[in-house]
Design a protein around this ligand. Structure first.
Ligand SMILES: O=P(O)(O)OC[C@H]1O[C@H](OP(=O)(O)OP(=O)(O)O)[C@H](O)[C@@H]1O
Ligand SMILES: Nc1ncnc2[nH]cnc12
Length: 190
């Protein structure tokens, strides 16, 4: 995985980004250090620097479609779609999409879930970037990637603000041949 400090403006280092992410201990259950990006979104300069970095990386990847993951991934994906001028497909939690859907089940750090996408032609033959706020076990990202492949994606990349470096997501995506980018890493001890 490439960590994004190369793309960050001099004024916004990896450490500066991390300092804008709040950690909530033992939430939503004991033992989980929840990395809360709402504090980063509330800092306009930091949010702009994050989008600028993601856009810089995305431009190098010669993409032609984006897919955002419900819910925090949507905040990033909408800004990237606007900036890059690319179509955006929404990957939603089960039961939220009104037309015909494809579904994938997955396991989270703290439970089980299902994500869905509309049965759209927009993905077929495209180089797609899947976007989320955070990569942990990789369950969500890999489920979204499976959906993109079922919809006929030619290539799928993945980008997030945060990689939880002691969880297996990064390695699993690498083993699946997914080009992955994150702006910062967190260890359990932080
Ligand atoms: O790598 P994983 O172990 O799959 O975990 C990462 C996912 O967990 C969080 O979402 P969550 O399911 O909490 O949903 P939310 O964005 O709706 O809060 C996060 O936004 C990622 O989507
Ligand atoms: N530790 C964590 N913090 C925030 N979102 C998460 N999703 C999965 N694990 C998470």
């Amino acid at each position: 995985m490439r960590v994004g400090s190369f793309f960050l403006e001099a004024s916004m280092t990896e450490e500066a980004i991390k300092s804008n992410i709040r950690t909530i201990r033992d939430w939503p259950k004991p033992g989980i250090n929840f990395r809360d990006v709402t504090t980063l979104f509330e800092n306009a300069d930091c949010f702009r620097a994050v989008i600028k970095s993601l856009v810089g990386w995305a431009r190098e990847r010669d993409l032609n479609c984006l897919a955002g993951i419900d819910a925090r991934g949507f905040v990033l994906a909408g800004a990237l779609a606007y900036e890059l001028g690319l179509p955006l497909v929404l990957v939603r939690k089960k039961g939220k999409l009104p037309a015909e859907t494809l579904s994938e089940n997955y396991t989270l750090e703290y439970g089980q879930a299902t994500i869905e996408v509309h049965n759209t032609d927009t993905i077929r033959g495209q180089r797609v970037l899947v976007i989320d706020d955070l990569l942990a076990t990789g369950g969500t990202a890999l489920a979204a990637i499976r959906l993109m492949r079922r919809l006929g994606a030619e290539r799928v990349d993945f980008a997030a603000i945060i990689n939880l470096s002691e969880l297996p997501g990064q390695q699993l995506l690498h083993e699946d041949g997914i080009h992955t980018f994150a702006l910062c890493n967190f260890n359990e001890s932080e």
